[in-house]
Write a protein of this length. Structure first.
Lengths: 314, 314
């Protein structure tokens, strides 16, 4: 199950601890419900707003305290959000149920994403600040949708969750496992065989599809701020898509129905999961999770092969 | 095995990532050696310098980014140092061997430590700064050994590692487990039954003794910057103590031989571990760890019952 970093620091929120804890509690309710029904659950949380905040804090004190590399900030948010989510889940399921792992995900240094960073992180900057930081730190900065300049980092494709054995072991022991938070701490194999941190932010939806496949999950839940996928979004023809075959989803993706920053990665992650043997991928909100998992008609968006969809179509 | 936060950010170092990674690599060498000999190992790291740095970074950006509570900073350092140590151990033992858990440790809100905070964290402050922050944030600040004022926080006794079941499961599955880092994220049970973060920093030596007992460890290694315990330290009568019975160690502790900020907590942790059924507690440096574990005479300090000591005395 993928849970967005924006679901933990909501729109208009600044990311105080009480805010994050209250949001985590909301997510924990349907999750605990699924667990009570006997589901084994691994949770991959996002960390966009939180890693952005940490990055600003690092920069603000840079004259007194060494700035840590991006992969370490990602590790820090795994600690932070892993703790908050574990507390929220344990509140519902009992102490020690949830276990958060500091998780590393391997990427390839030859991934084209390193040559062409695209993922914006951190605050908006003036052009002057942006150019200065680009020169001082080797950052790539871009103008972002008329709102100022922002640092962009590589978002390479995740290839392997190093801790997948531990995740499986803990799932089998009955834990709710929090893993690959923020997409995982990115690492890459270097020429000398060493595995070192890589300055990249992995998309958490893609990481969740990889983890789901690796642990043999049958279903992948991609939670988001909206109830379901919309087609022709923002036009008079806008309509909800409650059931899509992989072919339909791929066609809509190809037709540009799902923008890269929002629904796009979820559709790609869902398709990859199904291609690798998964049964169903469900895109919905935390509020509708229970109903979507129960297979209620016209709740959320289920992507599955026609025969799997046939059983639940309304 | 307890590893000091000072072993990860050495004296005179500021805590850059290359420094921390290089120090972790040094610690990983003897640890991997023990693992090769068939030991099951859980590692509890300290986080003093790192949580101090994070705290300064949080303060520096406080007008733009909400400051997180102390227990969340502790969770962040579990992510950070868990990642660095896992990479260093995996470099020696193979990918996926080490697993770092975000770990919570229960304390009692009635613990007298909350009424009398003693553990200094973060930077030295001027008296003016100190009084201002005390007023603004409710901090307790004290004058620290003539070097300025510092924030002090509660360091209550750890009572329970919430994730102990997961630690046991992962040890049994052959992992090197990193847990209760920085003493664990402190949590306390409130009147409504909820388990919430507590603003405290748990001593990592005490947490390691608790964890060692809980997983049924026979030996507890407390790594530090010195080779062994010294008696009459700093006097002409200074001499190394390579073997101590619990009675001897307790007597020296009572006589004020071990100051509260350094060797004291290690002796207390060792005594608690032996009292709770442990066989041997060893205080030594990372460099001597392998020899001490092999029972070489006059290496490190072993605290054990007389019959256990008899087998190895020189």
């Amino acid at each position: 199950m993928a849970v967005g970093g924006n679901a933990l620091t909501g729109e208009g929120q600044s990311g105080t601890y009480p805010e994050i804890a209250a949001n985590a509690a909301v997510t924990a309710v349907p999750l605990a419900g699924l667990r009570d029904q006997g589901w084994q659950i691994a949770v991959v949380h996002g960390n966009g707003p939180q890693v952005g905040n940490l990055s600003m804090q690092q920069d603000a004190a840079e004259h007194d305290v060494p700035v840590q590399p991006l992969h370490q900030l990602c590790a820090m948010t795994q600690g932070q959000l892993g703790s908050v989510l574990a507390r929220a889940i344990d509140d519902r399921c009992g102490p020690g149920t949830a276990v958060a792992l500091v998780t590393h995900v391997r990427v390839d240094l030859q991934d084209p994403a390193f040559a062409q960073p695209t993922k914006p992180i951190g605050p908006f900057l003036s052009e002057h600040q942006a150019l200065e930081l680009a020169a001082a730190r080797g950052w790539t900065v871009v103008e972002d949708s008329g709102r100022g300049h922002r640092r962009v980092v590589a978002s390479p494709r995740p290839l392997e969750v190093l801790e997948v054995g531990a995740v499986r072991t803990l799932l089998d022991a009955g834990h709710v496992v929090l893993a690959a938070g923020g997409g995982g701490v990115a690492v890459a194999v270097h020429d000398d065989g060493s595995v070192r941190g890589a300055d990249a932010v992995i998309d958490k939806d893609h990481a969740s599809a990889l983890l789901a496949t690796a642990v043999g999950a049958t279903e992948l839940y991609l939670l988001t701020g909206v109830d379901c996928v919309q087609l022709d979004f923002g036009t008079p023809r806008q309509r909800p898509a409650h059931h899509l075959t992989p072919e339909e989803a791929a066609r809509h993706l190809h037709d540009g129905q799902f923008p890269p920053g929002s629904m796009g990665p979820k559709i790609v992650a869902a398709l990859r999961f199904l291609q690798d043997g998964g049964h169903r991928a469900i895109i919905t909100s935390a509020e509708l999770l229970a109903d979507a998992a129960a297979g209620k008609p016209d709740v959320g968006t289920t992507i599955a092969l026609p025969q799997a969809l046939a059983g639940q179509a309304s």
